[in-house]
Design a protein around this ligand. Structure first.
Ligand code: CMC
Length: 428
């Protein structure tokens, strides 16, 4: 017999079905609660609310498990490439050789950005934050490809939009960096792979022959894989909710980029390095900053620590920590900021405040250190996260459209003034 949940409200009993996921996650389906009882559930921050059923990413925060379409993040990180993972997330299966080659080819074909878009860059001030630039430009892609306005236009049209997005995001991102420097943009070279192409658009200059370091390109590909999806987080939920109004995919992704920007989400990688630099410039006393983080009257939080879902460790952080050591060794980098990071991590992991609250370093604690080592400017860190997260956002959007999810529209409990009469301006 299938499980049910009973709610007793004012002596009345209501019964609701229990839904079970493929990894035995259980949820009470309360979608009929309001219709039957007049009550809604209240859950600020959706800490205990399943917004959807989804077959894309599984994570178990207690056990530190993360998998995409059933494949563990550890195995994908070791054996796969970013574009292979992108295909897996979007299409649901690992590609065979022909499928991967055709996917790569479709991406390669679309890496160029319309020349008219270059003029947009000139209008941004050179100090514009690259996340603001990226979000605006991704949104404006919808005006260059009006045929993409209708998310239900058919599989081929949607696929074309997906190829364009994945192909153009590194170009748009690298050009925002060039714009910040007021340097000429560098065009994509399609014989290179995805990460290599991004690196050459970021770092080559007309006067020099830029050599791509394979260690750097591999580390970047790994970081993209680790960021590729993370189920119903703030930005993925934003993409789904914007897309649920049938807004086009470019616009939905642009909304995801905006959601990612905040320091409590993807912006944490920039905030981590800024925090480590502040500690270094302030004499390197990590205890002082731990005390600040513990002080409830001080808004300071230890950036790169804690996670809404992971409560024992972040599996991505484990993989990235090793990659971080490898990259720094291979590049022969001795970074004082890294010494601060190590001291801070060791001290926090022994401190009862952090231990009791299960606050561990998350993926962003280490990703910033790698980005810094490979020469990515701090302001670009969250842009790097956005490039990696794009296939996940697309997969979440596609699943939402294909399963015909209703428009996202939460309820509220109103706590404002009761009905009152309007008072004329001269009598207030
Ligand atoms: N430093 C100090 N205290 C913290 C921190 C922190 N980084 N994170 C959580 N706490 C405390 C918090 O004050 C609260 O204490 P108390 O129970 O005494 O009130 C307790 O731990 C639980 O915190 P919460 O705010 O209820 O936890 P949450 O699940 O709502 O927040 C978080 C998760 C990631 C927003 C939060 O841990 C945080 O702000 N971390 C720093 C920012 C960061 O690194 N974000 C990147 C997350 S990983 C990338 C991604 O997937 O987006």
């Amino acid at each position: 017999m299938s499980e049910t949940a009973k709610f007793i409200l004012n002596g009345e009993t209501y019964e609701f079905p229990v839904t079970e996921g493929s990894e035995n996650e259980k949820g009470i389906d309360i979608s009929k609660l309001r219709g039957q009882s007049g009550y809604v559930t209240l859950d600020p921050g959706y800490k205990n609310t399943g917004a959807t059923e989804s077959g894309i990413t599984f994570l178990d925060g207690e056990k530190g498990i993360l998998s995409y379409r059933g494949y563990s993040i550890e195995e994908l990180a070791e054996k796969s490439t970013f574009l292979e993972v992108a295909y897996l997330l979007i299409e649901g299966e690992l590609p065979n050789k022909e499928q991967l080659e055709s996917f790569n080819e479709n991406i390669r074909k679309h890496t160029l950005v319309a020349e008219d878009m270059r003029k947009f860059y000139q209008a941004f001030p050179h100090h514009a934050h690259p996340m603001g630039v990226l979000g605006s430009l991704v949104n404006s892609l919808s005006s260059f490809y009006p045929e993409s306005q209708d998310p239900n236009r058919g599989e081929d049209a949607v696929d074309l939009t997906i190829y364009r997005l994945i192909a153009k995001i590194p170009t748009l991102a690298a050009w925002s960096h060039k714009n910040a420097q007021r340097h000429p943009v560098v065009y994509p070279k399609n014989e290179l792979n995805y990460s290599e192409n991004f690196l050459q658009m970021m770092f080559s200059v007309p006067s020099e022959d830029y050599k791509i370091d394979p260690v750097v390109a591999k580390a970047l590909d790994l970081l993209f894989i680790l960021h590729a999806d993370h189920e119903q987080n703030c930005s993925a939920s934003t993409v789904r909710i914007v897309g649920s109004s049938q807004a086009n995919l470019y616009t939905s992704i642009s909304a995801g980029i905006s959601a990612l920007w905040g320091p409590l989400h993807g912006g944490a990688n920039q905030a981590v390095i800024e925090m480590l630099e502040d500690i270094k410039n302030d004499g390197g006393d990590v205890t002082k900053y731990l005390d600040k983080a513990k002080d409830k009257n001080d808004p300071f939080r230890l950036m790169g620590f804690g996670h809404r879902v992971y409560k024992n460790f972040d599996p991505r952080a484990r993989i990235i920590k090793k990659a971080c050591d490898d990259v720094l060794d291979a590049l022969g980098i001795d970074d004082p900021v890294l010494d601060i990071a190590k001291k801070l991590e060791a001290a926090a992991l022994e401190d009862p405040y952090f231990v009791d609250r299960k606050l561990y370093p998350n993926v962003d604690f280490y990703s910033g250190i790698i980005y810094r080592a490979i020469g990515i400017p701090t302001e670009m860190f969250t842009v790097m996260f956005a490039i990696g997260r794009l296939p996940g956002w697309i997969a979440q959007w596609k699943e939402m459209i294909e399963t015909k999810q209703p428009i996202g529209r939460p309820r509220q409990i109103y706590t404002g003034a009761n009905a009152r009469n309007y008072v004329e301006l001269n009598k207030r």
